[in-house]
Each structure stands twice: as structure tokens, then as C-alpha cells.
Design a protein around this ligand. Structure first.
Ligand code: SAM
Length: 286
């Protein structure tokens, strides 16, 4: 099958199958071969790799992945795309398409069965309405994974890569950076997609840490503290923690812990690094 990565070829397929784009599934298909090549290069895929693609659409990126990887599994929720994928991926015999909701798939089991539990690579032009649950689900469920190379909304990519003290820094930056090292590969304008999204996009690679650099006694507690600190951005960290219904520390406990870290009692959450949040969590846990 001829490569799909041109507007002409994409329109041809869409018309042939009378396909209706579903907004609710975040369907914006890539129609730019340079961007596709950039994603493939950034993902460092080799013939040893098992690649999971989330949301193949009509199979544009899947064709590229198939040529570079040992094996590809593409999980697509929209059953109307399945007959299209049958045609566009005919002849790409290292690809399997699964008609499922990615949020309901046991990816750990797939890695076990298809890659003997060795780390997989995840590559996707993600449906933007579920970017965070997909990414955090992969990390939190400890799916064996080398890296995630994904297209996301530009602002979301910036938040994932943000450092303390910047306007984009927040709970998402800390959650992602606890598990992985982020690197924004490229910004991608709306005209590279069909239909054009309203927002700018970016490709980001998240390289999963083999040894997590930040150790914390109680991860759950640390993330509750992080969420509480950024819930009320203009308030102090201490206020955020004391106003949270998920946490039960007194004002004195928080001020004492901050003092032990040589931090001001009026410091704001956005000034703290991940390492400092981990230390604060350990001190409060006692
Ligand atoms: N990979 C294609 C491309 O780059 O042209 C399509 C990308 S499009 C932004 C997102 C794709 O994810 C769509 O095909 C959509 O149907 C699919 N999708 C949306 N929600 C999904 C879910 N929960 N599980 C699996 N696929 C999903």
C-alpha cells in the first residue's frame, strides 16, 4: 500500500470509506511526512523493539512504525476505522490492530506476552481529551517501558517539561518528572493535521528512568501534598496543605517541616523542586 502521509491520500481513503471524523475521539490525523519522520527519529526505534501505538487513526504513523520496529500493536477505539486499517496496513505483517479503549487495556500483560516483560516503546499522536490519564496510567501501573514519544497539546508539553518558578510548573510537571526525563522534540502547527485542531501541538519524548532519582517514603502522600500546593496557586504552600481535605497536618507541623528544610513559612508550591517535595513529604510522614 502506498504511504498515507499526504493530504491527497488521506482524503482519498476518508472518501472511499465515507468516514466521519469523531470529535469525541479527538480525531486529528497527521498529514505531514516530515513530522512523522521526526517522531520516528525521536523515538529511537530499532528492529528489536515492540512498539505500542495508541490511536492509529487510518494507519499513517503505523506504516512508519511497522517499517522500523520488530512488532507493532495499535490500539484503536473507533470501530469505523478497523476496515480502513485492514486496507492501509495490508502487507505490513508485523502489525496487530486491537479494537479497544486504551484506558481499559492491560498493557503490562501485553508487554509480558509480546515482549517477554522487556521494556516496550510507546509512540502516539494522542487523543488530546485523555492525554494525562493515558500517560500517568502507563507510569503509575509500572508498565515496563523505555520511552513514550507522543504528540500532545503544546501547552501540555510545556507543562510536562517546566522547571520550578516558571508559570507552567505544576502538579503535571512533577508527576511526569518523577518517572521520566522530558524532552520537547518539536512544535507542530495545526496545518499538519486533518481536520486542523484549534490548538498548537508538540512532540515530547518522555524517557522512563530505570532507577528513579527521587526516593520518597510515601509516594501517595507526596502527590497529595503536591496537588494541595498547586490547588490554590496564589496561596502559600502551608495554606494549600492545611486547606486540603485529603491531608490532616496542623499549621505547626507544616511550618516546622519547612523550617527544618530552611524554607520560609510563606513559600509557595511553585518554588519547590521535586526533591524538596519528597523531603517535605518524608518529614511530614514522620
Ligand atoms: N495516529 C493517527 C494519526 O496520527 O493520524 C490518529 C491520531 S488522532 C489524534 C487520535 C486517535 O486515537 C484517533 O484515531 C482516535 O479514534 C483514537 N482514540 C481516541 N480515544 C481512544 C481510546 N480511548 N483508546 C484508543 N484509541 C483512541
Amino acid at each position: 500500500m502506498e504511504k498515507l502521509s499526504s493530504p491527497k491520500k488521506t482524503i482519498e481513503i476518508i472518501q472511499k470509506y465515507n468516514f466521519d471524523f469523531q470529535k469525541k475521539f479527538g480525531q486529528n490525523f497527521l498529514i505531514d511526512s516530515h513530522v512523522l519522520q521526526k517522531i520516528i527519529d525521536a523515538a529511537h526505534i530499532t528492529k528489536d523493539d515492540f512498539v505500542l501505538e495508541i490511536g492509529p487513526g487510518i494507519g499513517t504513523m503505523t506504516q512508519y512504525l511497522s517499517e522500523h520496529a520488530r512488532e507493532v500493536m495499535a490500539v484503536e477505539i473507533d470501530h469505523n476505522l478497523i476496515p480502513i486499517l485492514k486496507e492501509t496496513l495490508a502487507g505490513y505483517d508485523n502489525v496487530e490492530v486491537l479494537n479497544e479503549d486504551i484506558l481499559k487495556v492491560d498493557i503490562g500483560k501485553i508487554a509480558e506476552e509480546k515482549n517477554q516483560g522487556r521494556p516496550i516503546k510507546v509512540v502516539a499522536n494522542l487523543p488530546y481529551y485523555i492525554t494525562t490519564p493515558i500517560i500517568m496510567g502507563l507510569f503509575e501501573k509500572n508498565v515496563p517501558m523505555d520511552s513514550l514519544t507522543v504528540m500532545v497539546q503544546k501547552e501540555v508539553a510545556q507543562r510536562m517539561q517546566a522547571v520550578p518558578g516558571t508559570k507552567d510548573y505544576g502538579a503535571l510537571s512533577l508527576a511526569v518528572q518523577f518517572y521520566a526525563e522530558p524532552y520537547i522534540v518539536a512544535n507542530v502547527p495545526p496545518n499538519c493535521f486533518m481536520p486542523r485542531p484549534k490548538v498548537g501541538s508538540a512532540v515530547i519524548r518522555l524517557t522512563r528512568y530505570k532507577d528513579m532519582p527521587i526516593k520518597v517514603k510515601n509516594e501517595k502522600l507526596m502527590f497529595s501534598i503536591i496537588r494541595a500546593s498547586f490547588n490554590q496557586r496564589r496561596k502559600t504552600l502551608q495554606n494549600g496543605i492545611n486547606n486540603s481535605s485529603a491531608l490532616h497536618f496542623s499549621k505547626e507541623q507544616v511550618v516546622e517541616a519547612l523550617g527544618e528544610m530552611e524554607l520560609s513559612p510563606t513559600i509557595r508550591g511553585e518554588a519547590l523542586s521535586l526533591e524538596q517535595f519528597a523531603r517535605l513529604s518524608d518529614l511530614l510522614e514522620g
